[in-house]
Design a protein around this ligand. Sequence first.
Ligand SMILES: C[S@@+](CC[C@H](N)C(=O)[O-])C[C@H]1O[C@@H](n2cnc3c(N)ncnc32)[C@H](O)[C@@H]1O
Length: 383
Amino acid sequence: MGKSIGMDYAPLAAALAGRLRDRGTPEHIATLFARVPRHRFLPDVVWTEDRARIDRTEDPRTWLRTAYTDQALTTQRDDGRDGGMGLPTSSSSAPSVMARMLTAARIEPDQRVLEIGTGTGFNAALLSELLGARNVATVEIDETLAETARTSLYAAGYTPDVIVGDGERVEANAPAYHRIIATCTVARVPWSWLDQVRGRGRIVTPWSPSPGAPGGVLAQLDTHGRGLAEGRFEGSLAFMWARGQRRTGQRAPDAHAGPDHVETVDGDPRTDFLDGERALILSLLVPGWFHGMRVEPGAQEPHVWAASARCSSWARWHSDGRVEQAGARRLADEFAAGMSWWGARGGPGVDRFGLTVDRENARQTVWLDDPQHALWSTHRQIT
Ligand SMILES: C[S@@+](CC[C@H](N)C(=O)[O-])C[C@H]1O[C@@H](n2cnc3c(N)ncnc32)[C@H](O)[C@@H]1O
């Protein structure tokens, strides 16, 4: 960790905990942030949410102050490889987001918790402070990160079980945990998680229908001991993807590809995509797509494109009202139908949608208000 910073972290940590309390975090969770020193889990170099690079060796005071701000701090880029595009691949999540997930997990004394995505180890330290380290296990797919986290945890006096491995495939002979908290996004809740949770347990995970869909949500799923987990979404939430579920091989439609259907609508058809909340709703209404924006040569404004995750169909929405589609799947029609269905029901918010993970039928289903009101399902082989 290098030389001492000559500044006390305790008032900074207490202030952070105070801000979490002010925002409604329950006392037993907020107090963890005053007791566990976040800076002891951070590497010397971190990147802030506005991509500023903060180096402890150059500016130790700013580094320490940054550690106690309520923001996600990127701690690894490009899976730790040099020469990449600088894509964040590990971070210490924003404290308010961690507090929200810890609260959503409804952890009770003496319960055992499995965390997926150790990262820096800070969340495992908070859990250890809450429950005692013997009740905490955490899995990290990146061996170097796991080793660093273990060292930080032990140095701070916490000794949870730090497992190097793929958290999507955790194995155990008998259900061992009451709660799972994942700190990486999944589109498919791994079946193995259902095996890990005892009877009536709870899985809390960032969830998004597919990589490249707009944003994500916090899924809080109650397990019922029969290979079933079910529950509502609780607001939007953006996290890095679980390594095995990152976007792979998906491409934006060819910029020169011609549509096989064009219509012109009144107003700007990109509106739903440009509004974060409505775009998130779209991702719950229409499955299996990813999207982006692109500026055509000579165009004043970017257009929005979406492409099917299942086939080569695509659609484009232009600021001048043009809506273009190509392929067997009429994506723009699906979005329009989805939005009018949603509008006819009074525009329900994210919190009225939910997810059922049904192992027996190899199905994960998004619903509105009630599991009986299924919107769409993904079918997935049980492996
Ligand atoms: C947002 S960070 C986790 C933050 C962490 N909980 C903390 O307190 O610092 C996400 C982590 O998930 C890890 N990860 C991604 N896919 C994983 C998988 N399949 N199994 C275990 N860890 C995974 C990443 O390597 C990354 O370290």
